[in-house]
Design a protein around this ligand. Structure first.
Ligand code: DX5
Ligand code: ZN
Length: 218
């Protein structure tokens, strides 16, 4: 059976002066989700945006907010992200002292749970959590900045993750984030990826919704 594909454009690459029109473009596009990169300047060397920006976009956006938190102490902020409108909350395994606790807290909010790792963390560390999460996000660049080049070793990591997911929890989605383009989308789907995050590919384009449609149909 073929699995549904999902495109999650990352607002990190959008024009922050025009977030309302960005949200309206997303509403009319074939993107099912909207990806939010929250960075704290501690877990990653960059600071992006937080709750007020999420809440403002949420008011105008009818699509699910796919929130990727690159922050230390994720357990402290789960409730606030849920309140601000997250439909999926994905935290970094490396940033959590107790990943199980973070999963439980997200579940308690009644939203979807995602877990993620940077490219230098072995996929195997996720095995104990696969049966408890809705999605694994495999970073295909080091978290922190948009516009980086896709790391080719990611394909092998997707294969290893896919083997684990098929064995333990076939409903768990695989999301890829970083350096996704019209050139590598088809290969990513072929390896079993369900969700593509795309920042610069979508928002640097003259016609972002056309690129979203193309990403979906590669
Ligand atoms: C990087 C972020 C990505 C980023 C992707 O830390 O997690 O979501 O916005 O940007 P592109 O698609 O430009 O590589
Ligand atoms: Zn992201």
């Amino acid at each position: 059976m073929t699995r549904p594909r999902i495109i999650s454009p990352s607002i990190l690459a959008a024009d922050f002066g025009n977030l309302q029109s960005m949200a309206e473009m997303i509403n009319h596009s074939e993107a099912e989700w909207l990806h939010f990169d929250v960075m704290d300047g501690v877990f990653v060397p960059n600071i992006s945006f937080g709750f007020p920006v999420m809440e403002a976009v949420k008011k105008h956006c009818q699509k699910m907010l796919d929130v990727h938190i690159m922050i230390v102490h994720p357990e402290k902020y789960v409730q606030r992200f849920a309140k601000a409108g997250a439909g999926m909350l994905t935290f970094h395994y490396e940033a959590a002292e107790n990943p199980q606790e973070v999963i439980n807290l997200i579940r308690a909010e009644g939203i979807k749970v995602g877990i993620t790792i940077n490219p230098d963390v072995p996929v195997k560390v996720l095995e104990p959590y696969i049966d408890q999460v809705d999605m694994v996000l495999l970073m295909s660049v080091f978290a922190g900045y948009g516009g980086q080049k896709f790391i080719e070793e990611t394909y092998q990591r997707i294969d290893d993750l896919k083997e684990m997911i098929d064995r333990i929890n076939p409903d768990c989605l695989i999301e890829i984030d970083g350096g996704v383009t019209l050139e590598n989308a088809a290969k990513l789907y072929a390896h079993g990826v369900d969700v593509l995050v795309a920042g610069s590919t979508v928002f640097n384009a003259a016609d972002p919704s056309e690129v979203i449609r193309k990403l979906l149909n590669q």
